[in-house]
Design a protein around this ligand. Structure first.
Ligand code: ADP
Ligand code: MG
Length: 282
């Protein structure tokens, strides 16, 4: 099922070492991350869960290059991408898929897909169009929607286009910040199966943030639990459930046990966050 041209080449190791982040140190001084450590292997699918406002988006933004960190180091394949003195700007090697979506409304599906590689001068228009069509075909998006504008797409299709738009840049890692949060349950479960398929084909490193523990255990190789703010990694749960997975996986004993384990860990932190009056921004 895996596709050689799409597949990661053993790249995409993310290392987070002793990372801290303080917003507005001279003013309100919000300590969002403290002594945060994690390591994600190339080709690993890691989900991060934790209570609202604990620092999940802060960590993802630092990996993506949207902001720097106050202490510690983040590296991608042994290259430092964020430290107190620098951060590598967002690039094609680390693409983020957001909850709100970010397709250009004035461009068609095809126009959205070819935009990135053309802007970066990586492909000429003909090449980018051919590559976009190849990916749409490989990743199950009907050719008939290539001339549609985003407003005509269902919310699930929009997410599909966003994922393909990320993959056309051949990133080392795919970063997702609650991308399916606003979807209805049926669409969400279709998107889960879709993302599992994408993962099977590309074997990209995936770092995915969610509130939803069922989503976390269903998709991940490993689920990381973040503490209440300041966020740090409290536990790591290996999900030893074989792939391919399907909705039937959700009814297995192993799945339910792991979900319960994750639930207990998150609940403890959520109570602490609740008592501290924490709320999220996103
Ligand atoms: P999560 O994604 O886990 O809900 P965030 O990473 O968005 O949490 O936020 C972590 C904490 O940092 C929250 O208390 C939030 O209010 C605070 N925060 C986030 N962004 C900023 C900012 N730009 N300035 C000040 N505080 C911020
Ligand atoms: Mg968030």
């Amino acid at each position: 099922m895996a596709d050689r041209t799409l597949m990661s080449k053993g790249e995409g190791r993310i290392s987070v070492e002793e990372v801290g982040k303080i917003y507005d140190p001279e003013g309100v001084n919000v300590c969002a991350l403290k002594d945060c450590n994690m390591e994600i292997d190339p080709g690993e699918f890691v989900m991060l869960v934790g209570p609202s406002g604990c620092g999940k988006t802060t960590l993802l933004n630092a990996i993506a290059g949207f902001s720097n960190v106050t202490s510690g180091i983040i590296s991608l394949d042994d290259e430092i991408i964020a430290s107190p003195s620098m951060h590598q700007s967002p690039g094609a090697d680390r693409i983020v898929v957001f909850q709100g979506g970010a397709l250009f409304p004035w461009k068609t599906v095809l126009g959205n897909l070819v935009y990135g590689p053309m802007m970066q001068g990586k492909m000429k228009r003909d090449e980018a169009v051919a590559e976009a069509r190849r990916l749409m075909d490989k990743l199950g998006l009907s050719k008939s929607c290539e001339e549609l504008y985003p407003e005509k797409l269902s919310s699930g299709m929009m997410r599909q286009v966003e994922i393909i738009r990320a993959l056309i840049n051949n990133p080392k890692v795919l970063l997702l910040d609650e991308p399916f949060r606003a979807l209805d349950n049926m669409t969400k479960s279709l998107m889960h199966e879709y993302l599992l398929e994408v993962f099977a084909i590309t074997k990209k490193t995936i770092f995915f943030i969610t509130h939803d523990l069922e989503e976390a255990v269903f998709l991940a190789d490993r689920v990381l639990i973040m503490t209440t703010r300041p966020g740090t990694i409290k536990a790591s749960i290996e999900v030893n459930i074989s792939r391919p997975r399907s909705f039937k996986t959700l009814a297995t004993r192993d799945f339910m046990d792991l979900k319960e384990q994750a639930e207990a860990a998150v609940k403890e932190e959520t109570l602490k966050a609740f008592e501290a009056g924490e709320r999220e921004l996103a």
